[in-house]
Design a protein around this ligand. Structure first.
Ligand SMILES: NC(=O)c1ccc[n+]([C@@H]2O[C@H](COP(=O)([O-])OP(=O)(O)OC[C@H]3O[C@@H](n4cnc5c(N)ncnc54)[C@H](O)[C@@H]3O)[C@@H](O)[C@H]2O)c1
Length: 284
């Protein structure tokens, strides 16, 4: 089985690439290393010493005997290259992790909002259009987020797939199927709600096979495969933009600093600013 892992240098993509490779999948990573550039922009770095892409892949070859391919490409900007890659490799599946994933980063300034929307939505649309153009039957799996549902859904049983609704029309009630009403709390989460609409459209219009997982926060720095060599270690972010709340608590506890949260510390702050900051810090 052959798989393309878009965003395969990232926190979720790298261990997933190793996991699949260890189980016999033929893996090719596509990544533009933008996450590493964002570390440079923010003047922070992973607590764990992550290695360059080349070192990672060489280390994996040494410990497993298996090759992982790497293509440096910006998904969402290089459409013809993407179509050619899909045609050339004819993957059974594409895993799409190639997005800007920090809610706080997406809300820092107008530039960060523009970047996040441009990067995430174009990446998804290019990928979908490229799969259609390739003419191949490729299963696309994407990591979305539970944050698309907003903060008022605690305790609600949100159905998988589509919601059946009845709409009153002049000719009486009409049955419809819709996505669960989105209620994003940040620009980042908003891009994930747009992704879901794109998936719905391409599934209906082009019969693409798509699985969109609305994932909660992922924790940890090591997996069975990354433990096999220190050069395979995954990233551990603890800064104010990319560090998830548990990572920051762990670091604060380790250095004897009081555990702190953004805003009021609840899901809803007294002002819209603290509400956004708080929401952004707690959800991925
Ligand atoms: N980490 C979590 O807890 C979590 C939870 C839910 C959903 N997700 C989703 O999973 C995906 C991966 O998250 P992550 O934590 O691994 O993030 P990450 O930032 O560590 O990894 C994303 C990778 O994609 C690359 N990338 C970004 N835009 C790209 C583009 N246009 N072209 C090519 N490469 C690009 C980056 O360089 C990076 O290596 C994201 O879509 C995120 O929203 C993550």
């Amino acid at each position: 089985m052959r798989v393309l892992v878009l965003g395969g240098d990232g926190f979720c993509g790298w261990p997933t690439a190793l996991h699949l490779s260890a189980r016999g999948w033929d893996v090719t990573i596509v990544d533009n290393l933008s996450r590493r550039n964002i570390d440079n922009e923010l003047e922070v770095q992973s607590l764990t010493p992550i290695r360059t892409m080349g070192e990672r892949i060489r280390a994996w070859k040494e410990v497993s005997g298996r090759e992982i391919g790497f293509v440096n490409m910006t998904v969402g900007k290089e459409f013809d290259r993407l179509v050619a890659l899909i045609r050339d490799l004819a993957p059974d599946s594409v895993l799409h992790f190639a997005e800007q994933r920090a809610a706080p980063y997406s809300m820092k300034s107008a530039r960060h909002k523009l970047y996040t929307v441009d990067n995430n939505i174009n990446a998804t649309n290019h990928l979908l259009a490229a799969i259609v153009d390739s003419g191949l039957d490729v299963h696309l799996a994407h990591l979305g987020t539970m944050g698309v549902y907003g903060y008022g859904t605690a305790g609600l049983r949100i159905p998988e797939g589509y919601l059946k609704v009845t709409v009153d029309t002049d000719n009486g009630p009409a049955e419809q199927e819709i996505l669960f009403p989105p209620n994003p709390g940040s620009i980042y989460h908003m891009t994930k709600t747009q992704d879901a609409l794109l998936f719905q459209f391409y599934a209906r219009n082009d019969a693409l096979r798509i699985t969109d997982l609305h994932q909660g926060i992922v924790w940890g720095a090591q997996t069975e495969e990354t433990r096999r060599d220190e050069r395979l270690i995954n990233r551990f972010d603890y800064d104010g933009d990319y560090g998830t709340v548990l990572n920051r608590f762990l670091m604060q506890a380790a250095v004897g600093y009081p555990l702190t949260v953004h805003g009021s510390g609840g899901r809803r702050g007294p002002s819209s600013t603290s509400r956004t900051r708080c929401a952004a810090s707690n959800w991925r």
